[in-house]
Structures are given as C-alpha cells and as structure tokens.
Design a protein around this ligand. Structure first.
Ligand SMILES: NC(=O)C1=CN([C@@H]2O[C@H](COP(=O)(O)OP(=O)(O)OC[C@H]3O[C@@H](n4cnc5c(N)ncnc54)[C@H](O)[C@@H]3O)[C@@H](O)[C@H]2O)[C@H](O)CC1
Ligand SMILES: [K+]
Length: 449
C-alpha cells in the first residue's frame, strides 16, 4: 500500500529527515538517482532533454541528468531560470555539461524529463514558459514527469495551467493526492514511487489489493457472511447488487421483495418479509433501485447490523446525523454527496473526511477518482479505474461487493476499500464492452487473481 502525503506533509517529513541528519542534498541525490533509474528501465538509452526549474524540482533534474549521462546517454539540460535554492545550486554545480536557457529556439529530443515544478508550484506556468513546455512535450516521443507534471496542483488534482500527458511520473517518498485525483491523475501516466528514506504514515494511502479473511473449511454459510438486501421500486438494480455480493463470496444472499424478481440465480433467496434485526445478518444493503420508498430506508435504520446505503437510500437520508451509530458505509457520487452534506470547502479528500466526521459513516465518494474516507481520518485513494465503468448499474454492483466484504468480516473502512479495488479490477477483466451484469461475474476472477 503506497502512502500519500500532501505538499505540507511532505515538507515536514523532509524536515524530519533533515533533523535526523540527512541533508537536503542527500535527499535530492537519492531523488535524482531514483528518477534516472526509473527512466533508464522504462525507456532505455534514448537521447533526453531535461527541463529544470528554479527550485528543488529542478535540482532533482540536474542530478538525474548527471546519472543518465554517466550511463552514456545523450543528455541536454535547458533551464527555465537559475537555481534559487542552495540544494538546487549544488545540484547544478555537479552537472558537468552545458545548461541551455529554455527559449523558443530550444530543440526537442526523443525523450523529455519535466523537472520544472513540483510540490512548490504556486500558480499556473507563465505564458512563455508554458508554450515552450508544451511545444517540447508535444514533439517528444516519451514524456517523464519529475515528482509531478508541472502545472498540476499537488493536493487537489486541479491543473493550474495546461499539462501534457505523461508516460510516467517518478515521485519521491510518498505519492501526492494529485497522483490519484481527477484530472491530474490522468496526466501522470504510470506513477513510480522512489524510496529516498522519507518516513510516511499510511493514514492516507493508495488502495491496494485487499487481504481477505481466509475461508474456514469448517465454517458454514453464515460465517462467510449473510448479505440481506432490501428491494425498492426497481428490483433490477438490487438484483445486480445481490448477484455481485454472491459472486464476491458472501456465504448467503437474500433479498426482501414485495414481488418475485425474475432472473435471480436460485442461490439467492427471495423473501416477502424483512427481518432486519436477524442477528445473523453480516451486512444489510439498501438503496439500489429504491426509488420513492423512504419507508424502506427507515426500516433499514432500525437494524443494528452493519449496513451499506447506496443511491436513492442516500437521497432519502436527508440529514447525515441519521447515520450516527449506524455502522454504515455510504457510496455517494458527487450529486448525492452535495445533496446530503451541502457545500464543503477543500479538496475531495478533505470534503469526504468532513462528511465522514459529520455522519460517523465510512464514505465511498465515487467519481473518475474514487476515495474512501473514515471518521478516524484514514483516506484510501482508488488506483485509476477503466473509463468504461461509467455505465448503468455499475454502482449497484459496487454496493453489492462492498456489502459482501463487510459481511465476510472486514471492518467498514477496509471493506469499502476492498470493494472499490475489486470493482476496478473486475472492470479491467470484463473489458470495454462490458455491461454491469458482466461486471458482477468478473468479480470472481478479480478475487481469484
Ligand atoms: N519533499 C521532499 O521530500 C523532496 C522534494 N524534492 C523536490 O523538491 C520539489 C519541491 O521543491 P521546491 O523548491 O519547494 O519547489 P519547486 O521546485 O516545485 O518550485 C520551484 C519554485 O518556483 C517558484 N514557483 C512556483 N510556481 C511558479 C510558477 N508558476 N512560475 C514561476 N515560478 C514558480 C516557487 O518559488 C517555488 O519555490 C519536489 O517537487 C521534489 O521534486 C527534493 O529534491 C527531494 C525530496
Ligand atoms: K515536474
């Protein structure tokens, strides 16, 4: 699991390393060497142009240029401005080659390394710098970003000026929120993390493959978890969730519905009653296909079981306080989130954390970037998911997978993270032509891999 730190957290982590007698130059040397190593593995001996900015991001670029030249690679360096920091001045002094001034005449190279700006970016690139950056990028075959694509705001994922698409971003010590927030995340290409000896706590982290509780050979279906789903006005949606929960390994899935649902596998039991306080329920699921039936949500909230509330179930909540003490996971997209919590300032993780604190629920804040936030401050950032996930019913499938993970015994935050990871992996397996029904089936392969 790769930790994620904001720009400020990165700077204090760097300061702690310096207080523990590592110098900035040593950190920079490790960063530049790590960048050069990743570039060499990714692209081999391709002639490269390194664009260096005035700060330590540029400093990393000078160090990487030196390491690449030592490998016999043809390296040119173009500087946006003279180094401003002592460490960057040191790094430039160690570069034995020429330093061109970045201008309209700077010639492109087959590979470009962007070491203009990183976590110190304060505003969009100036016009002239931006034009030269974009021209040289568009004429390169391979584009590598040092720490962050220049122009991406470190903590929010927003682009402060135009940012080209990179093939790879090599970052140091920890990922930054922008590596996993839209739209910056879609400019980074493959994100490689280089270890430079920085300690990073993982309470914010990238969601990795889940570690699921082993199945007890002597266990029975309730041990593997009973998911009890409550149908609403549109039973097709809850059917998708129920199938997904079964395929995700819940031991027993049953659906309370006022009328029989066609097409449900026989393994999924249909009931015309709704015993929501059955102690054996591992996770209650309400919301998919609920429609205008708020009374079903009210019934679900009388249950003491862990629960997943999705879609219209979230809309009918009205007040986030209704979730306190409910051991709930809610899965809003941006519209449902805004309706429930109103306007919350800050980045997407900040908003999700504020929502989690107000509701005491784990929040799966979906979108082109999905994050999971817990009331205790933990945040999981989903790895990039296939764009074809944006289709009807995929949210129902996600809710079902999360309910199954919760019923199988994972705590709420871990269950939500596991569901998000499996959902994305299943989409990759199902492929671009998938529909939500294929996605539910592909969960099994995602689990098996
Ligand atoms: N944090 C770590 O553990 C390490 C970070 N390293 C690298 O250092 C950069 C951060 O360096 P910093 O000097 O703080 O800032 P930048 O190099 O990103 O920016 C340089 C400088 O430029 C000015 N500036 C900001 N925005 C603009 C703009 N739009 N136009 C012109 N000038 C601008 C501002 O004054 C900035 O200070 C980090 O990304 C890593 O690559 C270490 O080398 C390794 C450890
Ligand atoms: K950069």
């Amino acid at each position: 699991m790769r930790p994620i730190l904001t720009a400020d957290q990165m700077r204090s982590a760097e300061q702690r390393a310096i207080d523990a007698s590592t110098s900035v130059e040593q950190l920079m040397e490790r960063a530049g060497a790590g960048l050069a190593e990743a570039v060499n593995r990714f692209a081999g001996p391709m002639p490269v142009l390194v664009l260096c900015g005035p700060g330590n991001n540029g400093g990393d670029g000078y160090v990487a240029a030196r390491h690449l030249a030592e490998r016999g690679i043809e390296v040119r360096v173009a500087a946006l401005a003279d180094p401003a920091s002592d460490a960057a001045k040191w790094a430039r002094s160690q570069w034995a080659g020429e330093v061109e001034a970045l201008s309209d005449e700077t010639a492109e190279a087959p590979m470009l390394i962007d070491a203009l700006f990183g976590t110190g970016l304060k505003r969009g690139l100036e016009e002239a710098a931006s034009e030269r950056f974009l021209r040289l990028s568009s004429r390169s075959k391979i584009r590598i970003a040092c720490d962050l694509p220049s122009g991406a705001d470190t903590d929010t994922g927003t682009l402060l000026s135009q940012v080209p698409e990179f093939d790879m971003t090599v970052t140091f010590g920890a990922l930054k929120p922008s590596h996993r927030l839209y739209p910056a995340m879609h400019r980074c290409g493959r994100v490689v993390l280089a270890d430079i000896g920085i300690e990073a706590l993982p309470d914010w982290h990238e969601i990795g493959r889940p570690a699921l509780p082993p199945l007890d050979p002597a266990g029975h279906k309730y041990d593997r978890g009973l998911v009890h789903a409550l149908a609403g006005k549109m039973p097709g949606a809850i059917a998708l969730s129920a199938i997904a929960a079964a395929r995700a390994g819940a031991g027993y899935v049953r659906v309370s519905t006022s009328r029989p649902i066609d097409g449900l596998p026989a393994a999924i039991v249909q009931l015309d009653t709704a015993e929501v306080n059955d102690e054996r329920i591992g996770c209650l699921l309400v919301g998919p296909g609920l429609g205008d039936a708020p009374q079903v949500l009210t019934l679900a909230l009388t249950s003491r079981s862990p629960k997943v509330i999705d879609a219209d179930g979230i809309t009918h909540l009205g007040d986030p306080e209704r979730l306190r003490g409910q051991d709930a996971i809610i899965t809003p997209h941006s519209g449902e989130f805004a309706r429930l919590f109103g306007k919350i300032e800050g980045s997407k993780p900040d908003q999700a954390l504020e929502g989690a604190r107000r509701s005491e629920a784990v929040i799966v804040y979906k979108g082109p970037d999905t994050i999971v936030a817990a009331p205790d401050g933990r945040v999981g950032f989903a790895p990039p998911a296939p764009p074809w996930l944006a289709s009807a019913g995929t949210g129902d499938v996600l809710a079902g997978i999360i309910a199954a993970m919760r019923a199988r015994g994972l705590p709420a935050f871990e269950a939500a993270c596991a569901g998000v990871w499996l959902h994305g992996r299943a989409a990759e397996i199902a492929g671009p032509q998938m529909i939500a029904d294929d996605l539910a089936r592909a969960v099994q392969q995602a689990l098996a891999l």
